[in-house]
Design a protein around this ligand. Sequence first.
Ligand SMILES: [Zn+2]
Ligand SMILES: [Zn+2]
Length: 226
Amino acid sequence: VCPIQVVAILIILGMISCIMIFKSFEVGFLRTNCYLIGDELAGEGVLIDPGGDPELIIDAIRKLGVKVTQIINTHAHFDHTAANRALSQALGVGIFIHAKEVDALSRISGSALLWGFHIEDSPPPSGTIEEGENIKVGDILLRSIHTPGHSEGSLSFFIESHAKVIVGDTLFHGGIGRTDFPGGSYPQLIKSIKEKLFVLGDEIEVYPGHGPPTTLGWERNHNPFL
Ligand SMILES: [Zn+2]
Ligand SMILES: [Zn+2]
């Protein structure tokens, strides 16, 4: 009996609903966490924040045998979008982002140049993601949460079935996102974290745009910025 048959039997017995693929890759100049989230049985996934190293990401996707159906950016900063063009071409998929980030997405190569980095411009998005949308990946649902503050259109993605939230640069382990970039707002960031993320529950695992994962409970109790 091969592993896929075991999984199928468990699903038929109702013991598991789906097997999630959840991979993170540290990519690019600013060591951004790029996430691949997929449904093992459906064989499909979404790619969040391809911020660099496209060959590494493509290689991992091929090895997993996952069909990526869309690229999602938590926000438009170039460290989260630098490999948008390479990945969308290689995988033949569109890019999705909050409407308030579309403008900034069209200017990423210029922004990167100000920091001394040469990157390709992103293709325009194929669509936008608003607050409260359910993005379906096989049997897995990612619910979008608009968490402005680090940027106007920053998005987080809640995977309720697996108690995980991907937060981009809104919240870090022991830190919070910068608010000194255009469109940033410190009061809005704190409001987003407290009113949109902490309400999800202390046990929820947090996957930030940089650095290690944490939990909402740990950050609520120990994060010096909150
Ligand atoms: Zn950022
Ligand atoms: Zn970042």
